[in-house]
Design a protein around this ligand. Structure first.
Ligand code: BGC
Length: 248
């Protein structure tokens, strides 16, 4: 069975039909740049371009980088335009896509669902936390494989700051930190804080940096939980969005 998945990110809007039996893209993904400002209208146009590229006419799952309730309503917008707040994204995108059924889900929750089913969290029980370290920090918390949605652990306070401003991949780039310094000081401290609160068995590190795990994972210190990179890497959001749209 195939469902279309779209991942709305800080730099790109990416999508492809997803093979839900394999947990993989059924075709090579198509990407357009995220418009700036990333208003609902401009982003909806980007989503349409991606879906139209494949001539897709079935259900569509879409990730969003903020809190999403009931598969539809946007509640926060830390790294996209504020005018998203309280937007019914399911209605907006559905209308822009000519009436296709749309489900919207938080980006980290989507990536987590895909990793738990097809990737690094497969068959893992207990508390598992996926953290995406990208423009912001996204989180997905699972207990015995069941998601607690919209956990927003990227906005915990760390050293008097919003944690994602200290430990995201963007923070590393903005402050010209080496991989080693970022991992040993920023990421380790952040993970220690999350570990103190939740005592997970496993951390899965997702987002674009999961491809570069060898550069920073060895420098993370003082964490008891196992730490592994996400396996679906940058496609986890697309796959998870399609899974949510299929009701999984
Ligand atoms: C948002 C989260 C999102 C994360 C990653 C954070 O700023 O609040 O909802 O999952 O960024 O995009």
């Amino acid at each position: 069975m195939q469902i279309f998945g779209v991942d709305i990110g800080g730099s790109g809007i990416k999508g492809a039909p997803v093979d839900l039996d394999k947990g993989d893209l059924a075709q090579e993904r198509h990407k357009v740049l995220t418009p700036h400002p990333a208003t609902p209208d401009a982003v909806a146009d980007g989503v349409k371009q991606v879906v139209d590229h494949f001539g897709w006419t079935g259900p569509v799952g879409v990730t969003f980088p903020g809190v999403v309730t009931d598969g539809a309503t946007i509640r926060t917008a830390a790294n996209v335009d504020d005018s998203w707040i309280d937007t019914d994204a399911r209605a907006l995108l559905g209308e822009r896509l000519g009436g296709l059924p749309v489900t919207v889900v938080n980006d980290a929750d989507a990536a987590g669902v895909a990793e738990m089913h097809f990737g690094a969290g497969r068959d893992r029980r207990g508390t598992v936390i996926l953290l995406t370290l990208g423009t912001g920090i996204g989180s997905a918390v699972f207990v015995d494989g069941v998601l607690v949605p919209n956990t927003e652990l990227g906005h915990l306070e760390l050293d008097g700051h919003d944690a994602e401003k200290r430990a995201s991949s963007k923070a590393r780039e903005d402050h010209d930190m080496t991989w080693e310094h970022w991992a040993a000081h920023r990421v380790s401290k952040y993970l220690a804080h999350v570990e103190m609160l939740f005592s997970p068995e496993l951390f899965i590190i997702g987002g674009g940096v999961s491809r570069k795990a060898h550069k920073f994972l060895p420098h993370i210190e003082g964490i008891k939980a196992e730490i592994v990179p996400a396996q679906l890497q940058n496609n986890a959001g697309i796959v998870g969005a399609a899974m949510r749209a299929a009701g999984r």
